[in-house]
Write a protein that binds this ligand. Structure first.
Ligand SMILES: *Cc1c(COP(=O)(O)O)cnc(C)c1O
Length: 509
């Protein structure tokens, strides 16, 4: 029963192995995979874990979710070491304590020290190695023409694409194709994606919108023949391996903030697809004594509205905000939390019944654009969560305020996503007015990735310079490198499919 996975929409007892869960991504009934059981960690174990390195902690956590018959511990250890060797910080995800010198209870958890300077690296560096591991094992004694391969296809409006490319680059038997809307992503994001020279990487600049790109990717996934031929894989935020890899920093940051002595901790998480904060929910359910997880949203606030009204309703239009990685209509990973809420409150702990309820809710979402849950369900959610919605104006003023208040040794500059979280954190602190609580505000990107928003907030400060104060040398170099991209003249599935096949042939795949 344990270390296997089930679908959120299934009313059967069927389970899958970890490998099937990762390679398949989405369950065949349209649901998401969740562990059959959430492993429990004792206080004693937590005490031991508090002494571990990031990598050591990742190993202990992942062992609880992956059977050693599937991945022996020694192999898992190598995968983890390799995945985090690409990070620029020895702590992988360091905790910046009290950046303004005025708030010793506010910590910033810096998740942006990976290759693409955004939090998605923490998961995608691991996912790339995992894919390669599974393929190498399957292909061990096979002749070249019978080797199994994965063709990763994804659409991006920015961060996911570059993190996926850096996760998959150079991986044997894996190729990666990332679609993005021509002229609609930031220059630095385009540079990050298109300057990767590895042969197995190809960016496709598609004349159209992000939604067009996403629709094309969906159509490719639904294309049975193309899929069979190329074994199309997804690395989007619903993949279980991403959630699993993200759990590590909740434990690690908790231990750093509390220094071994038990105290109240709240995590504040800038949220879009709910993948980041969901990892925190699993950490809490495993036994990490987190007081509350705070969902921070921008003006695309479906999660905030749900926690206030019990209605889960997609709006007609996505608002273009200063924190574009959180501009979503629905929050794909929220389905996983809904399953637990349904099971606990409405299904008297019956897994099969919870699957039926989820199926009803998501059928309604599809046909009516919304569903409403019982107030008891919302009440139960509020035991673990709270939420704050942050406007564009507040995002800008938070970047300003943090810059102005921090001088020692250097101004601290928030990216707009992190600023949404910090603004939400300050509101919570004011509401709680409780000095015994430690706040860990997650920083999901380096400010250099969002030049426009950061400059809008800071250009009026005397002495401020983006080039000097924000842009790391490693990113400065990108604009001088050769770009590798393929234009697709029209947002058309057939054109994209033939572009992929043409490139696969060139790759010799
Ligand atoms: C993806 C992303 C988020 C949102 O994370 P979710 O897991 O989708 O909630 C926030 N900030 C940045 C910079 C991101 O790239």
């Amino acid at each position: 029963m344990s270390k296997t996975y089930r679908s959120t929409r299934s009313s059967s007892k069927d389970t899958k192995s970890f490998e099937e869960t990762i390679i398949q991504g989405l369950a065949s009934d349209g649901g998401l995979f969740i562990p059959s059981e959430i492993p429990q960690v004792s206080e004693e174990t937590l005490k031991q874990w508090s002494q571990l390195s990031f990598q050591g902690l990742a190993l202990e956590i992942m062992k609880l979710y992956i059977s050693s018959e599937e991945i022996p511990e020694a192999d898992l250890k190598v995968l983890i070491e390799r995945s985090y060797s690409t990070f620029r910080s020895k702590d992988v995800t360091p905790l910046a304590k009290d950046v303004t010198g005025k708030n010793e209870h506010l910590h910033i958890l810096e998740l942006f020290h990976g290759p693409t300077y955004a939090f998605k690296d923490v998961a995608l560096q691991f996912v790339g190695n995992l894919f390669e591991y599974f393929l190498q094992r399957a292909n061990k004694d096979l002749p070249q023409e019978q080797r199994k391969r994965i063709t990763v296809v994804g659409a991006t409006s920015g961060d996911t694409g570059s993190a996926a490319i850096y996760g998959m680059r150079g991986k044997k038997d894996v190729s990666v194709f990332i679609l993005y809307p021509t002229g609609r992503i930031s220059p630095i994001q385009e540079e990050q994606m298109t300057t990767v020279p590895d042969q197995n990487v190809q960016t496709l600049s598609v004349k159209g919108t992000f939604d067009n790109c996403q629709d094309i990717v969906k159509a490719i996934f639904g294309d049975v023949e193309f899929n069979k031929k190329h074994n199309v894989g997804a690395v989007n935020s619903i993949n279980w391996a991403r959630i699993l890899a993200q759990m590590t920093y909740y434990f690690y940051a908790y231990f750093q903030a509390t220094n071994g002595s038990p105290s109240k901790v709240k995590f504040v998480v800038p949220s879009g697809n709910f993948g980041d904060i969901l990892a925190g929910y699993y950490a809490k359910k495993m036994g990490l004594p987190v007081e509350r997880l705070i969902i921070a949203t921008n003006e695309n606030d479906i999660l905030d509205r749900f926690l206030k009204s019990g209605v889960y309703e997609r709006s007609d239009d996505v608002a273009a905000t200063l924190s574009p990685a959180m501009d979503i209509l629905i929050s794909s990973n929220f389905e996983r939390l809904l399953w637990y809420l349904a099971r606990d409150v409405l299904a008297s702990n019956d897994d099969q019944k919870a699957g039926e309820i989820l199926n009803q809710w998501f059928t309604q979402l599809k046909t009516k654009g919304k569903f409403e849950v019982d107030s008891a369900v919302v009440k139960h959610a509020l035991v673990d969560f709270d939420s704050e919605r942050v406007s564009n104006a507040e995002t800008t003023s938070t970047i300003k305020e943090t810059y102005a208040n921090s001088q020692n040794p250097q101004h601290y500059i928030l990216d707009p996503h992190t600023a949404v979280g910090v603004c939400a954190t300050k509101r919570q602190m004011a509401k709680d007015n409780d000095k015994s609580i430690q706040y860990i505000s997650l920083s999901t990107a380096h400010p250099a990735k969002f030049a426009e928003a950061v400059n809008e907030a800071l250009s009026s400060f005397e002495g401020y310079s983006f080039e000097k104060d924000v842009l790391p040398d490693e990113l400065k170099v990108l604009s001088t490198l050769e770009k590798k991209l393929k234009f697709v003249e029209k947002a058309d599935v057939e054109l994209v499919k033939s572009a992929i096949e043409e490139e696969l042939a060139k790759m010799g795949l």
